[in-house]
Design a protein around this ligand. Sequence first.
Ligand code: ASP
Ligand code: MG
Length: 370
Amino acid sequence: NKWPHGQRPGWSESDLFSRNKTMGFQYKIVLNLGKILRGRQDGADQGKKQAVVVSAMGKTTNALEEIWQALPQAGAAALLVDAILEAHFKVSKALDLPASVLNKSTADFRSMVDSLAGQQPSSATYDSIVGFGERWSTEIVAAHLAARGMNGEWVSAWDLVQTNGEHRSAMVHLTSTKDAIHAAAKNWHTSLPVMQGFVGATEEGVPTTLGREGSDFSGALLAEALNAEMFCVWKDVPGVMTGDPRKWPAAKFIPHLDHKTAEALGLAGAGVLHPDTMAPLRRSGIPLWVNGFMDPEAKGTRIEGDTVPDDLPPLWTLSSLSDGRTEVRCIGASEEEAKAEWRVQFPQSHIQSVGLDAIVPQCIRFIVKN
Ligand code: ASP
Ligand code: MG
């Protein structure tokens, strides 16, 4: 019996997660992750090594940002702290893990928030607080993989990913990071390393973060340092699509994409690909699979090589501007084609200032007024 207080308490999923559906979903993601890795280990990739990079669970990073913002009002953060810790204990419990997995890190978190209470938030304290999301998620995933006989081993990105001191958007020192990973990897022969995305530390050991949604970039760096045969990211969409289906109704799944177009798509603001992620993969020629957690058996999008697929349709990104207009980017179409396609999708809207984009190569940009 793994429960410290005797009998495992009776619970149902709805009791556990009635107030936090996003977190309820997280334990299923961890289960799925375990199944995926086990499937690979026992199947096509037998004998090959795997490594895992994990970001924070659900909306944890946002919750931690709120706690950080609430620091000046002593006491105001307390409820938020309780809620986020409780949510993680529930995920851990739903996975049948002992509370001891999170005891140290959650206590560390409480004492850190206590010691900072009343202070003005600084970008240094941001990095110390917000990185806990990745600490907890990796503790849970590593413990789960260990409990399922897969030798999950928690490894610290604060030791391996070395950055400058630019808090909240630290630059990674590539060479020293690679060296640190190589040295650590000597001990990973029988274990399955589980590292945090998004975080790193300066040479002096001060925690930093790489910018929101930076975990894919961490994964790409680990893949590059380990000379990986392939790098796979798991998303809540089935793969790369021709647009965000919530904003672009005609969005279609793309089975195959080249590195350069994928990099452009990330730059254009497609949430599914962090703009920095492609560079390490492109320069090292590592293929990237973008897969969906909802259907792990499905094929996903494979990104590799320098040849743009012949049948690649135009790719779209839409982002809202503060004045209510929408900034639209279209990759892989002429100005006329892009405008025509836009009018088919949104006949009511007004297209303004069409031209070549200044940021993304070979991309048409325009502004739309509804
Ligand atoms: N947890 C971090 C964030 O939400 C990093 C990531 O998700 O990639 O920004
Ligand atoms: Mg995140």
